[in-house]
Design a protein around this ligand. Structure first.
Ligand code: SF4
Ligand code: SF4
Ligand code: SF4
Ligand code: FES
Length: 592
């Protein structure tokens, strides 16, 4: 890589050709203040906070957009620079409502922090002369235009990262406002509630309704983890305060998603109003009543021991690798049950190759076959849409209500898969995204692209790939099971679809986090911790094994999925690993 040498504040700095002054300064740990700049977004030089003095230039230049050149001399904190930045801040503080003490972001706001840095101790100009509306029509967060500094990070994030293009700017000058879809209320716009704009906003203009005023960053903990809501396994951070989950943010360092997450990962789990199960329960005289762990495990062990070969197992694909490994070992290997199935479908294997989401965004033709990522794995759809923005052609081979159909150049039925395959054959960098809806003939046709295309299999459950790897997708037969163990976890099972599969007389043991028709029918219920309360590993749909970390204690007497199975095995005098690390290592070994 060609390097360029320059001088910044008297220091010799060397940076790759094509870097901006801001990038070169960061490489040399020289701090230049910014507001509109964000490392994941294209710089636009809008706020002028990063102005620097470049020898030979008549005016101060924005470091975030100005390219470096050999021998360049830069001053980042001269008095001229500091005066200019202070002037920019005086204008920003005067223009709209920046009465910090009443703002949700006080203490965490980038504008406020720069105000302190450059000594903004009074309003130089008349302030808050114009009142702007507050738009609270979105379910999860609101937009207070009075706190907006028009940095356009939100609009760029919506376009560049989410490829949703909901946000733009209307009017000019002091009347400028961020707007949605040519000026409709945000709640009625094309917004998909991913919250990426919320995450990049530097001020209190975009406010998370649930965690507003619940604590400044210094009072919170950020726990890096893996999202457990779909098979992509996006990297997230759970933000907690005093043992409570305040919100979820995207992890900018995560290999899968590079910071972008979706509504299901950021908001939905915090709005889950299903009834938690917090105590073990046993059915006596036809009625479920609370019991203690020891009695519940004792009764479970007794029934499993006496099942006499008529034992069935159903597993949620939302469980951790450790739990699925223990389930397969305990029931399959130790108790010799072959009657094991999954709660949910599985996508067939079309290719052994695993592309990344980043690979998708570099493709020139993308086939989406038997999968609906916009609905089921939204971040994958963001990467597909990024590719479309760069000129890629999308062909959807699925039902008519596929979420990506409006963006497709062709919408085909499964029987017309050959037409899609022909187009992909002629492309330079084709990609195939497929899911459980792919038919057997379509899977066969797609194999013709094996040497040419990138493949992403979108499994419908969170940890389907691991569950299949542990042999749990054996085909469950209710008619030959008189004792059934269901690891339901936190999977949504509101309807009777699982119950319909079971024999009415079967003894039913359910390990679950939430009440459902299944737990109401159960003879024994073992309360399980949820996504924010349990540690474990998850294998995503591309085969990447990642860690999920507990951020808070389990509610009531609930226990992590793997711990319940480990205690149950001990109760049956079966040793399946001495500790979590031991079990985790065994699970990882089997998934290799
Ligand atoms: S929430 Fe997501 S889709 Fe909606 S405006 Fe913000 S970035 Fe765009
Ligand atoms: S809402 Fe936030 S991110 Fe968007 S322009 Fe205003 S201050 Fe910037
Ligand atoms: S796409 Fe899936 S893994 Fe990523 S944030 Fe959304 S639900 Fe979580
Ligand atoms: S950060 Fe450079 S102009 Fe805004």
């Amino acid at each position: 890589m060609a390097m360029v040498n320059l001088n910044i504040d008297g220091h010799k700095v060397s940076a790759p050709a094509g870097s901006t002054i801001l990038e070169a300064s960061r490489l040399a740990s020289i701090d230049i203040p910014t507001l509109c700049d964000h490392p994941e977004l294209t710089p636009i030089g809008a706020c002028r906070m990063c102005l620097v003095e470049v020898k030979g230039q008549r005016a101060l230049q924005p470091a975030c957009t100005f390219p470096i050149a050999e021998g360049m001399e830069v001053q980042t904190e001269s008095s001229k620079v500091k005066d200019a930045r202070k002037f920019v801040l005086e204008l920003l503080f005067s223009e709209r409502n920046h009465y910090c003490m009443y703002c949700e972001m006080t203490g965490d706001c980038e504008l406020q922090s720069l105000g302190y840095r450059y000594g903004i101790d009074h309003w130089v100009y008349p302030t808050y002369t114009q009142r702007f509306p507050v738009d609270a029509t979105r379910q999860y967060f609101l937009m207070d235009h009075n706190r907006c500094i028009l940095c356009r990070r939100c609009a760029r994030a919506c376009s560049e990262l989410v490829a949703n293009h909901t946000l733009g700017m209307r009017q000019r000058g002091a009347n400028s406002m961020i707007h949605a879809d040519m000026d409709v209320p945000f709640g009625e716009s094309s917004c998909v509630s991913c919250g990426t704009c919320l995450q990049v906003c530097p001020t209190g203009a975009l406010v998370d309704k649930r965690s507003a005023f619940m604590g400044r960053d210094i009072e919170t903990e950020h726990i890096k983890t893996t999202c457990s809501q779909c098979s992509l396994g996006c990297g997230t951070e759970i933000v907690t305060r005093a043992g409570n989950v305040l919100r979820v943010e995207g992890d900018w360092d995560a290999p899968v998603n590079a910071g972008v997450i979706c509504q299901a990962g950021r908001f939905d789990p915090l709005y889950d109003d299903r009834q938690r199960i917090t105590k073990p329960m046993v059915r006596t005289n036809g009625k479920l009543s609370e019991t203690d762990w020891d009695a519940a495990l004792e009764a479970t062990a007794k029934h499993l021991g006496g099942a006499d070969g008529k034992l069935g197992v159903l597993a949620s694909t939302y469980a951790t690798n450790e739990a699925l490994y223990l389930l397969a070992e305990l029931f399959g290997t130790q108790l010799q049950s072959k009657n094991m199935g999954l709660l949910g479908s599985v996508a067939p294997t079309v290719s052994d190759k695993d592309a990344s989401l980043e690979d998708l965004s570099k493709s020139d033709v993308i086939l989406v076959v038997g999968a609906d990522p916009a609905k089921d794995q939204p971040v994958a759809s963001f990467f597909v849409k990024r590719a479309i923005d760069k000129g890629a052609r999308l062909i959807v081979v699925d039902g008519e209500d596929n979420g990506l159909s409006p963006m497709a150049s062709m919408n085909l039925q499964m029987r017309d898969i050959d037409k899609a395959v022909e187009v992909a054959k002629r492309a330079d960098a084709p990609a195939v995204v497929y899911g459980p809806g792919v038919s057997t003939p379509a899977a066969k046709a797609l194999k013709e692209l094996a040497d040419k295309a990138q493949f992403v299999a979108l499994q419908p459950g969170v940890n389907t790939r691991a569950a299949v790897g542990f042999g749990l997708n054996n085909g469950f037969d209710a008619s030959s099971a008189d004792t059934v163990f269901v690891l339901a976890g936190e999977q949504a099972l509101e309807d009777d679809s699982v119950l319909d599969k079971l024999d009415n007389d079967a003894f039913l043991i359910v390990q679950a986090s939430y009440e459902s028709p299944l737990t109401q029918r159960a003879d024994l219920v073992l309360p399980m911790a949820i996504w924010s309360e349990r540690t474990g590993s998850l294998m995503n749909t591309m085969g990447l094994v990642q860690q999920a970390a507990a951020a808070v204690e389990p509610q009531g007497q609930a226990k992590p999925d793997w711990e319940i199975l480990s205690l149950l095995a001990s109760k049956m005098d079966i040793s399946l690993g001495a500790s979590f690390d031991d079990i985790s290592a065994h699970a990882a070994e089997q998934l290799k």
